[in-house]
Write a protein that binds this ligand. Structure first.
Ligand SMILES: O=C(O)CCC(=O)/C=C/C=C(\O)C(=O)O
Length: 287
């Protein structure tokens, strides 16, 4: 498949993951056919999906010869819905293990945004032999910040949007989500709202999950030293969702890691600074 031919519809696939009490139909996009695979894991905002989070990053990686898999976590997009009362990071990691087993992939690089970063770290802790390199943007572990009151202003707006999914609340959240809001078109807002409202079960289950367990993303700080994978941590200097000092905790814990901070960048580095981000990731994966 050529990079130009990639669309959400033409790459859309499903897999059934059965593991203990889990029995879930999981949606993913399968792009390119390179020998090395990069899995991309999206964030936890309402209406998020692999395609929505990474649409500016897929083609450059496919063109460079990677197979790119976008997994929609349980509770998002076309994947089955779920109420999660424990660690959502570990739940996503279990589902990803099911997916890489089903696709017969021995080892994958994982690129995770926010919740996707938390889930990538959970996967690396549980399955170290299955991980090539890690790229963590605006996430990697939950936990408190010594500098920013938690939940952060962005996370409060995100949770408010789950409880009251209106276009006004969506705009309030998106307007502090990215640093430069000029790329946030009415079309983008509408597409995101449609994604959200198409799956009210996801919205309701997220709220039930939060009510049952407000700490969906545990603090992995004490275990970060176990991660041997080469890791690139990327943050936005102006991130108002997951504070930048989380990135410092990650590089303090993961020995083989480095941190890049984008100036003029909110919580969506891979979208806000896509060209430089893509070059940086390709360089990191190749060397
Ligand atoms: O609460 C956390 O630590 C994670 C928050 C998070 O995952 C937010 C992500 C939002 C998006 O990536 C999105 O809406 O696209």
């Amino acid at each position: 498949m050529t990079a130009q031919a990639l669309t959400e519809a033409s790459t859309s696939k499903f897999v059934r993951i059965q593991d203990g009490e889990l029995d879930l139909n999981i949606h993913y996009n399968d792009c390119g056919d390179g020998a090395e695979t990069v899995v991309m894991l999206h964030g936890s905002g309402p209406g998020a999906s692999g395609w929505a989070n990474f649409n500016r990053n897929i083609e450059p990686l496919v063109a460079a010869g990677y197979r790119v898999i976008l997994m929609d976590c349980p509770g998002w997009s076309k994947s089955d819905s779920i109420v999660c009362t424990g660690s959502r990071s570990d739940l996503n990691a279990r589902v990803l293990k099911g997916l890489v087993d089903a696709l017969d992939l021995d080892r994958v690089h994982i690129l995770g945004n926010s919740m996707g970063g938390h889930s990538a770290v959970a996967f690396a802790l549980a399955n170290p032999e299955r991980v090539g390199k890690l790229v963590l943007m605006g996430g990697g572990t939950g936990g408190m910040s010594p500098f920013v009151p938690m939940p952060s202003e962005g996370i409060k707006l995100l949770q408010g949007l789950y409880r009251e999914p209106t276009i006004e609340n969506l705009k309030k959240m998106m307007n502090i989500f990215v640093y430069d809001t000029s790329d946030l078109t009415e079309e983008l807002f509408q597409a995101r709202l449609d994604n959200m409202l198409n799956r009210r079960d996801h919205l309701e289950n997220f709220v039930k999950s939060l009510d049952a367990n407000p700490k969906q993303f545990p603090d992995f700080s004490p275990r970060l030293g176990e991660i041997k994978a080469k890791t690139l941590v990327i943050w936005g200097r102006n991130d108002r969702f997951v504070p930048m000092d989380t990135g410092l905790r990650l590089i303090a814990g993961i020995a083989n890691s480095e941190l890049h901070v984008f100036n003029g960048c909110g919580h969506w580095a891979q979208w806000e600074h896509a060209d430089k981000f893509n070059r940086m990731v390709l360089d990191f994966l190749t060397h």
